[in-house]
Design a protein around this ligand. Structure first.
Ligand SMILES: Nc1nc2c(ncn2[C@@H]2O[C@H](COP(=O)(O)O[C@H]3[C@@H](O)[C@H](n4cnc5c(=O)[nH]c(N)nc54)O[C@@H]3COP(=O)(O)O)[C@@H](O)[C@H]2O)c(=O)[nH]1
Length: 699
């Protein structure tokens, strides 16, 4: 009895153990009878089919956990197959109590009694959802690996290549067969030393990661830069590295773009020459080199003469093409080690390194000026370019970049002042002149506030009939300490500083006031007012003149505007409109300094010009330079044919007067008749010499 009891207990214990094992399984395990009724279902099965632990399995048919199609498959195919072969394997779908579908792989095994008859079936079903997820994840990763645009290589723990993707082969030219088993160092361009790789591996060993730029060589021998990132892969839960994944991309294009952006930052986009930033950097290097080698550096500032004229008359496209050609010529004139830079507009700067002798500098300047002077043909236009150059020497003239630039600028300013198309080496005296300019500017500002200016008037005499027809208003500055200052000393400074605008406005207002007074006194004649280039370009000029004229009725025809030939031509782009507006105000127009500026005479027919003033330099030459006499003859004839009157200025003697009279010059201005006079003295002069002038009426 005891033995039976013991063996029963043993069996029960054994059964419990078996059930524990079945319940610990992750797969569904069920036992069904021949009618498909559930006899047993382990814990995983209950969970999968949503049958509670307390729920009894009595009378539950297992086939209700399939949909109709799957149930039919089980009943008609798999159970008979199990009967026949012992088991049937399939992939099917189970359906939980709540209707959730579960993809499973299933094995149905038939169990038999001692006689060999099937008594029941066991069903083992494995949930495939996790497996499918893993599979999908793997397939996706594989696709990413295969088709990604970045090259990927996987190496083993000894850094031998085990796998590469398509992008790797595309980028390097090596197939997986070429690369397999090799150390990736075979890809290298060979330009890096051992230290580089030592640091790289130290980073990977300590942080598990490295990334950086390096150069590789393709299978075809060409080189390219790449950005590589390497990650070490470790076994889950361990520090042991199993693989290294290297991902890289060809950064040739990016580097080209970076180079392009860097180039743009340091070069002038039009000419490709270094810009101001790069120039300053080069000059800094040149000065450092000069200190080391004890050889001077020459800094040349070059400004094209009358370049604005090209832009204004032919447009910026032509101007740009001309600048490009000039840049090429400048570069050709210097050594490769020298620098030609464009600072903007028509301003260039040249650094000559290691100057052994000042004669070398002069030689380069000669080369530059003669090269620039050669005609430049662009489309149907032919240009002859001249430039003004200012030269400063390091270390003699200045020792800092700013001071050196200032010296070169001062020298260039002097070159311009000397009639352009020449060069000037900086001298300390130029600095004195520069200081004087600054001082005059300060005094000019104060002089304007303190009303220190006055207009003098120089008569213009008509020869046939002989009478006073007008005068030129000439500005004088009564400085409290310096006495009477002539315009040649302060007009250029006023022009440069912009003070000519308020000063010129005062001149126009004062000339209008004087014209009104003289007209009221019966002195009817034109007063000519000089307009500087800066004034002429002032967009408010017409408005200012209109305001000045408004004080008196109909005086505009008594105010003549004198504009120099160069001002007219240099401002050609807007000159037509300005002159048209002035013409509408009925203001007569005279061209001053005629014959000194341009060879083009076409503007004579373009603009409504009333008078030409023959420059004093031609009048000076009447007696001793036959060319001057010829030019005067030609100018008078040309003007008369165009219906324009002629004034000769600077007439000092009777011989000049006679010649001009013979050529039928319309008017004379000069010391021969009178120097410029203050208004009251002018009245006395007019009363004395031309009393008839007062008898006329202007209405
Ligand atoms: N924008 C302005 N410019 C002005 C104004 N006032 C004068 N100026 C310009 O300054 C330059 C010098 O002028 P100035 O010292 O007054 O000299 C004028 C005459 O005095 C001088 N002249 C006239 N006749 C003779 C002569 O027989 N001999 C001789 N040596 N000099 C003579 O010529 C100057 C007049 O020149 P121009 O104007 O070209 O007719 C001068 O360029 C003035 O234009 C002003 O208000 N605004």
């Amino acid at each position: 009895m005891v033995t039976d009891e013991n063996s029963r207990k043993d069996i029960e214990q054994e059964q419990r153990r078996l059930l524990e094992i079945l319940d610990s399984a992750k797969d569904l395990i069920a036992l069904v009878d021949k009618e498909c009724r559930l006899l047993y279902l382990n814990d995983a099965g209950r969970k999968m089919l949503e049958i509670g632990q307390d729920e009894t399995l009595d009378e539950i048919r297992f086939d209700r956990f399939y949909d109709d199609e799957a149930a039919a498959e089980v009943t008609h195919c798999e159970l008979p197959e199990a009967d026949r072969a012992g088991h049937a394997d399939s992939e099917t779908r189970l359906r939980s109590k709540s209707g959730r579908e579960i993809a499973v792989s299933q094995v149905i095994a038939a169990h038999r009694d001692g006689r060999g008859d099937v008594t029941h079936y066991s069903v083992i079903a494995r949930d495939l959802r996790e497996h499918k997820k893993l599979l999908e994840h793997y397939l996706l990763s594989d696709k990413v690996f295969t088709f990604t645009a970045e090259a990927i290589m996987i190496t083993d723990s000894r850094n031998r290549i085990v796998s590469v993707n398509q992008a790797f082969s595309r980028m390097t030219g090596y197939t997986l067969e070429d690369a397999k088993g090799r150390d990736p160092v075979f890809l290298s361009a060979g330009n890096l030393d051992n230290n580089f790789y030592a640091e790289m591996w130290q980073s990977i060993d300590t942080t598990g990661h490295w990334e950086g730029e390096l150069w590789d060589r393709r299978k075809d021998g060409t080189f390219y830069p790449k950005w590589l990132s390497i990650n070490a892969v470790t076994e889950a839960g361990s520090d042991e590295v199993t693989h290294y994944i290297g991902i890289f991309s060809d950064i040739t294009l990016r580097k080209q773009q970076e180079d392009h952006i860097r180039h743009l930052a340091f070069h002038d986009p039009l000419t490709g020459l270094p810009n101001r930033s790069l120039f300053q950097d080069r000059l800094r290097h040149a000065l450092a080199e000069s200190r080391r080698d004890m050889l001077p550096v020459a800094l040349m500032l070059l400004d094209l003469d009358h370049f604005k004229y090209v832009n204004d008359t032919l447009g910026h496209y032509m101007g740009d093409r001309l600048l490009k050609e000039i840049s090429l010529r400048l570069m050709r004139s210097v050594r490769e080690s020298d620098t030609v830079a464009r600072l903007g507009g028509d301003e260039f700067v040249i650094i000559l390194n290691c100057v052994h002798d000042l004669r070398d500098v002069v030689h380069v300047v000669d080369k530059i000026t003669s090269d620039l002077a050669r005609p430049i043909r662009i489309n149907s236009h032919q240009f002859r370019v001249a430039a003004s150059l200012g030269i400063a020497m390091y270390p003699d003239d200045a020792t800092t970049i700013d001071d050196l630039m200032r010296c070169a600028d001062t020298a260039m300013y002097h070159a311009k002042g000397r009639g352009r198309a020449n060069y000037q080496f900086f001298t300390p005296r130029m600095n004195e002149a520069a200081h004087e300019r600054v001082m005059i500017e300060e005094h000019l500002r104060r002089g304007l506030d303190q009303h220190e200016f006055e207009l003098f008037y120089q008569p213009k005499i008509s020869l046939d009939p002989y009478r006073l027809v007008g005068c030129e208003a000439l500005l004088r500055w009564n400085h409290p300490d310096w006495g009477m200052v002539l315009p040649t000393r302060f007009i250029p400074v006023a022009e440069e500083s912009g003070l000519i605008l308020p000063l010129g406005e005062w001149v126009i207002g004062e000339a209008c006031r004087q014209a009104r007074k003289w007209l009221e006194d019966g002195l009817c004649m034109q007063i000519a007012v000089n307009l500087s280039g800066r004034q002429f370009r002032d967009s408010n000029l017409v408005l200012k003149i209109r305001q000045a004229l408004e004080g008196g009725d109909g005086i505009s025809r008594w105010i003549e505007l004198e504009i120099t030939e160069s001002t007219l031509i240099e401002g050609a782009s807007h000159a037509a409109q300005t002159l048209h507006d002035l013409h509408l105000l009925s203001l007569p127009l005279a061209v001053d300094d005629f014959g000194t500026g341009y060879s083009s005479l076409s503007y004579l027919k373009t603009f409504a010009i009333d008078t030409l003033k023959i420059d004093k330099s031609f009048v000076d030459g009447i007696d001793n330079d036959p060319n001057d006499a010829t030019i005067i003859r030609a100018v008078i004839s040309l003007a008369h044919q165009l219906g324009i009157k002629v004034v000769a200025e600077g007439v000092e003697d009777a011989g000049q007067l006679q010649f001009l009279q013979d050529q039928r010059c319309d008017m004379i201005q000069g010391y021969y008749f009178s120097e410029p006079l203050p208004a009251d003295e002018f009245e006395v002069y007019a009363q004395r010499e031309f009393p008839a002038a007062f008898s006329s009426s202007y209405n």
